[in-house]
Design a protein around this ligand. Structure first.
Ligand code: FES
Length: 159
């Protein structure tokens, strides 16, 4: 089934994020981001983990999902539409330089140190990443379109 499919795991870069849209429980459209949490372990692509021991759910360990909003000023987006900057496995808020661990969402440095990004539950199956969080519904990939910007750009396309 494709319900809730966000993207292929291979589309999630090692050093940036994939932005997509969800609706929350209140019906409000929000942005979320997918991020690799352990790039070195996923270089083989779809099924690299040894599952004989049964302890690790393979691919799911290597991707995390967060709402795309800084914990310092919560209207500020980490990924402004072309991927959030990352350094040494941490997401960086370009506004005031807060660092967030990709796998835990914890702010390790900056004005909101100790705060956590809001997590969305995702899972990986057959090389695709699915939104499995009961509090959110997948809307589509890419950022929320700015209506004003859209209207402007459309009206300008007259040759
Ligand atoms: S808005 Fe992100 S660090 Fe200030």
């Amino acid at each position: 089934m494709d319900a809730g499919r966000i993207t292929a795991l291979s589309e999630v870069p090692d050093d940036s994020t994939v932005c997509f849209r969800v609706t929350d429980d209140a019906g409000e459209v929000r942005e979320a981001i997918l991020v690799r949490t352990d790039p070195a372990a996923t270089d083989g692509g779809e099924s690299t983990a040894e599952t004989d021991g049964g302890e690790r759910p393979a691919e799911t360990d290597h991707v995390a999902c967060w709402l795309n909003y800084c914990q310092h000023l919560t209207h500020i987006k980490l990924d402004k539409g072309s991927g959030a900057p990352m350094r040494d496995g941490e997401l960086v808020c370009a506004n005031h330089g807060a660092y967030f661990e990709a796998d835990s969402g914890e702010c390790t440095f900056g004005p909101c140190e100790g705060a956590y990004l809001t997590e969305l539950e995702v899972s990986v199956a057959d090389g695709d990443v699915y939104l499995t969080d009961g509090s959110y519904e997948f809307v589509g990939t890419g950022p929320i379109e700015d209506d004003d910007f859209d209207r402007t750009s459309t009206s300008n396309v007259e040759f």
